[in-house]
Design a protein. Sequence first.
Length: 314
Amino acid sequence: MKRLLLCLVMTSNFGLAATREELIQNYKKVLAPFQKNSPTMGQGNPDITKHPLTPEQCLEKAKAANVTFENPQFEKICGAPYMAPLYNPAKQKPEDAKSCIDQFEFPNIPCEYPVVWTQANEAVEICAAQGKRICDAHEWEGACAGELEEPDYKFDTFKNLPPEQQLKARRAAHNAIANKNPVWAYGKERKKGICAMNSTKANDCTGGDWKHCGSNTYPAGSFTECSNELKVYDINGNAAEHMNIPTKPEEMASKGATKPLGYTEMKGSWFIWDKYEAHPDHCRWRAPYWHGTKITNAKSHSNYHLSFRCCKDL
């Protein structure tokens, strides 16, 4: 099948129209210097990865459903294509947003596969290379829930503990509240079949290594019902995502921090969740300190089902 050349035309920061193919070329240019040092960074090991849908099938599916991913209002607010303003619809309008978030996992292009095998520190740098930044955990949670809340990191609690133990204690306190009223991108009840969660994992993929674990992701945006009013896609399912979780105010990316930032927080779920739900994945759930490091640590974690998305201050 010929690749569909979308004339989904969008406005860039420079006021220039860019086709889908040009956006793909642009993100590959951004990635190229990082891939010199991290050759596995990409859309999965091509020798073993088995994607359930092709980009062409994703585009055809959206066309058949009369779905368009373009949003001129959001583009005007965010100053970039395929970004959504972060705000609280109960109290604010989209124009009140002070930041935006990518609507898709990186490369933030509808019907492209997410880039995986990216370390957290590399995600920080790739976002910066695009004039964006890594998101804080509460921003991702707000995008998922369709309602941005005030940060609740409780920096004044457990201050007598080392930073990693502070995170553990604060996470437990946070989850004790969040677990009482869970919400997913699509509603208040966990559902199967509407997010990118019904792919497969190879039987010999046991340790998460490159040779045995294919990144069997879907093209981003394949499941348009897996979203909310903010139109942020695949935040449940497809690939988990790197985010920043701070231990003190000066580590908040949303408050202007660049380095040092906080610690790694893996958000969301991934492509096998309809078959195997390894942990909760509701929007405001915060994960244990899995593979935890400072987010800018040169040895921070990467794997076959872990991607990222970026935020942008306004």
